[in-house]
Ligand binder design. Sequence first.
Ligand code: PLP
Length: 403
Amino acid sequence: MPVPRGFQFFMHPGPTNIPQRVLLAMARPAVDFTAPEFVASRDRSLERMKGILKTKSGFLVTYAASGNGAWDASIANLFSPGDKVLVPTTGYFADRWATTARQYGLEVELVSTPERHTVDPDAVARHLAADNKGAIKAVMLVQNETATGMRHPVAEVRAAMNHVAHPALYLVDTISSLASYDFRMDEWGVDVVIGGSQKGLMLPPGMSFTAINARAWQAAQSARNPRRYWDWKELVEDGRQVRFCGTPPIAHFYGLEVSLDMIEEEGLENVFARHRRLANATRACVRHWGQGGGLEIYSLEPEAASDSLTAVIVPAGHDADRVREIASNRYGVALGRGLAALQGRVFRIGHMGDLNEPMVLGALAAIELALGDAGVPHARGGVEAAMDSLRAPATARKAPVAA
Ligand code: PLP
């Protein structure tokens, strides 16, 4: 390992960079977590989170746990052994959620999605239409499949469920999309949202949540799956979370207050626009590298390529992990690896959270150097293509801010 000098660029698709302001806010002594000041701050943040989820009717239940914990919570609270759920296959994370459901004794029916394509809402509708006994209790969709860098059609799947008038609950995992691009819990009819701290919210890993609406709360009343740590009935009173099973993640709440300040100061829609701009620049760069064959963006549907990360396929006979190793060891840029079947076949560039243009351009330049060193064929000049993508049209450019 070389001696690190200067900034090390952390370009993983989660966890992501933690802003100084958040780190400083978290560096506080322990407090009594039942004290009114802490409870007031916690409650304020839970209320503000509803703005990010675009919900008025849903409410959050948070856990001292990573995102996997929120998966467990959703399954433990909503279902009974033997219940059936429908999972559109999107990649590694949908597979893991399905495995979790099986481990809780659920029967999982998969809707298969062709590799490098988005979930087909009509296929979901066909499965539901064939379920004339109402055995399927829920559809579980990953909005942003972090393994492939693809966004899946949340509103369209809800429309398909409505089209066949199926009463299944709708659960959506937003772990790598929340606060990076749009999500509308109420408008899109999502009953349960799964979220985590360590991506768009710019916090360390270790806090996750489920947001639930009245239908989900109702379903939880008769569900018989075993649960303790996650039990909503223990954690919630009068439609809001009032306690934790054990000690809450106090420091995360201090950090969340500041990360919500930062998001609100920038404006949620501006946060989305920044993610889109940085994602477009990254995609322009990768497309340039891949001119004439070779490197490719994983998503074959341009509109479905994620704004929070880009998964890049390396040509056959080359090793994506070698590129990652060189990028990290020689140039100080950490990239995400390919997961499960995609290991060695893809590397993933995270571009979500606390990032700006020079960070992305710097990382892309280092990746281009690493591609050269690893002998992966590519067209040089990807960074120039990224810069072209970032050059605002003259009419849209704002006057420079005075120093
Ligand atoms: N769902 C998605 C889409 C994810 O990207 C991740 C983690 O990256 C998880 C679930 C699991 O979350 P965690 O690793 O925080 O347990």
